[in-house]
Design a protein around this ligand. Structure first.
Ligand SMILES: Nc1ncnc2c1ncn2[C@@H]1O[C@H](COP(=O)(O)OP(=O)(O)OP(=O)(O)O)[C@@H](O)[C@H]1O
Ligand SMILES: [Mg+2]
Length: 356
């Protein structure tokens, strides 16, 4: 008999592999409608970038068919409602998750990873913002082809609020939007603090599932101020496999884990992991060594979220304002899409643990 009770009982056999509970207990089954042999319902996932989407879809169909009625016509719609575990909602109240992308060493690909991560999440249906918090070397204006554009402002309670610029489907904000092209930042401490405060408090992000923050390199004052003042949900570490980069990434990991910050680490992204010449497919050159990202991940007991190869498409795309995940190199597109999925997955797990 196809009844609501029987269908729900069958769906109790389907577990979310990450959250380790069944879909009914997790409250993920919505809008169940039964009409004769027709059974339709929605599964509300914790992120549109869920890597298990197809598997959960098939498991639901099979559970109803095999446990309730083989002839049932099952229609499952996969939806999502991104979870949040933020508690300090006094600022950025519409932002569900704030993810910092950091490293100790400069030039390892933070901005590349932050941009492509943000676009990957947006491409999978999430609402996303990207904040370039690199005061001295803002990269987002170039990487998004937004050079020379200034954000609009409006006044609210006597404060000037900036409206992020929209590009490739996400909202972006950068200190670079406040500078003239070629103008160098020669500010001292107090000016930097006030610029950072403006970026944190006076930007109208609106409703976002994910706000990705591209941190400046290093583990100094600016990084500490940022991490202390932004209510970060978690951080992603970027490194190359090279020893000098790994040593610096270890310092960055230790900074996030300082008791005064206590920012959960979602995992490691190993950038510039190998080089495969187009004319010699299959031959990989490990220019900066091998296994470094994995080692760092093991040391901090966090996942290796993705390994990204060295590719001219990344540097060319970055300079042309079209990040690689939107380009034509399938290996890079796949790698960054998987990165988005892995980050969303780890965040969903983190949020569910915090809510328990
Ligand atoms: N996998 C890659 N393959 C080829 N070029 C890359 C790759 N990753 C990054 N790059 C290039 O290396 C340079 C540095 O990258 P990026 O700006 O992302 O690093 P960063 O860590 O943000 O640097 P900074 O510390 O200066 O902020 C850029 O020109 C970028 O295009
Ligand atoms: Mg950068």
């Amino acid at each position: 008999m196809i009844t609501e009770e029987n269908v729900l009982n069958a769906l109790r056999q389907v577990e979310d592999p990450d959250l380790k509970k069944d879909l009914v207990t997790l409250g993920m089954i919505k809008n169940l409608v039964i009409d004769g042999k027709k059974v339709s319902f929605a599964v509300e996932l914790t992120t549109p970038a869920c890597p298990m989407k197809d598997m959960i879809h098939n498991a639901c169909v099979n559970a109803v068919k095999y446990i309730v009625d083989k002839e049932a016509e099952v229609e499952v719609t996969m939806t999502s409602n991104v979870t949040s575990s933020r508690q300090q909602m006094n600022f950025l109240p519409g932002v569900k998750n704030i993810i910092a992308v950091g490293s100790g060493k400069g030039g390892v690909g933070k901005s590349t990873v932050a941009s492509n991560l943000a676009l990957s999440l947006a491409g999978q249906g999430a609402s996303v913002g990207l904040l370039d918090a690199d005061i001295y070397g803002p990269s987002i204006p170039t990487m998004f082809g937004l050079h020379g554009q200034a954000p609009e402002m409006f006044e609210q309670d006597g404060k000037n609020i900036m409206v992020p610029l929209q590009k490739h489907g996400i909202k972006t904000m950068s200190i670079g939007f406040m500078l003239q092209p070629g103008q160098a930042v020669v500010w001292r401490g107090p000016m930097i603090s006030s610029a950072l405060r403006q970026l944190i408090n006076d930007v109208d992000w609106g409703e976002l599932d994910y706000l990705v923050i591209d941190l400046p390199p290093g583990t100094g004052d600016v990084q500490l101020t940022l991490c202390q003042n932004f209510p970060l949900t978690a951080a992603v570490l970027v490194t190359t496999p090279q020893k000098v980069a790994l040593d610096d990434a270890t310092k960055a990991a230790a900074m996030f884990r300082l008791p005064m910050l206590n920012i959960p680490l979602l995992g490691v992204v190993e950038n510039m992991a190998w080089f495969e010449p187009e004319e010699h497919p299959g031959s990989r050159y490990n220019i900066f060594g091998t296994g470094g990202g994995q080692k760092l991940a093991e040391q901090f007991e966090i996942p290796l979220l993705a390994s990204i190869p060295i590719s001219i498409c990344i540097s060319e795309g970055g300079d042309a304002g079209v990040p690689a995940v939107l380009g034509s190199n399938e290996i890079l597109k796949t790698a960054f899409k998987q990165l988005g999925k892995a980050v969303a997955q780890q965040l969903a797990i983190l949020n569910s643990k915090k809510q328990m």
